[in-house]
Ligand binder design. Structure first.
Ligand code: ZN
Length: 133
């Protein structure tokens, strides 16, 4: 079965938001990582079994920049950890879900990731992720 891995939040200013979330959660970000291929800088906070991921755009063509323009700051996606992302993608495709990428791609925090179109999930952008070393 899947596990809620993290909730992704789009922010305008990662540094300011890191401070805010450090105060809110009482714990500092345990990782700050730039994902050049996705044009984002991310930070991660541990919240029990799950995490909070903050995402800041590094270029105007970043999906996060477009999201911020359109919707402003807020919850951007929820991510579920799966054991076999290829198998889950095939299962979802067979069930008619619209996937946003053909193949899993390398995401932040040592993950292979794939996104499901919000149209297929009640307006929620869903990320599937599998931990890789
Ligand atoms: Zn994510």
């Amino acid at each position: 079965m899947v596990r809620l891995e993290h909730i992704g939040i789009a922010v305008k200013d990662l540094e300011a938001s890191n401070e805010l979330f450090e105060q809110l959660l009482g714990t500092p970000a345990y990782k700050i990582e730039e994902v050049a291929s996705e044009h984002v800088k991310t930070s991660f906070f541990k919240t029990g079994e799950s995490k909070i991921e903050l995402l800041e755009a590094t270029t105007p063509e970043s999906a996060i920049a477009k999201y911020l323009d359109k919707r402003g700051e807020g919850i951007h996606h929820i991510a579920f950890e799966v054991e076999d992302i290829h198998a889950e993608m095939a299962r979802m495709r067979a069930q008619g879900y619209q996937l946003l990428n053909e193949q899993p791609k390398r995401g932040a925090d040592n993950k292979l990731v794939c996104f499901i179109h919000p149209k297929s999930a009640n307006g929620v952008l869903v990320e599937l992720c599998q931990t890789v070393e």
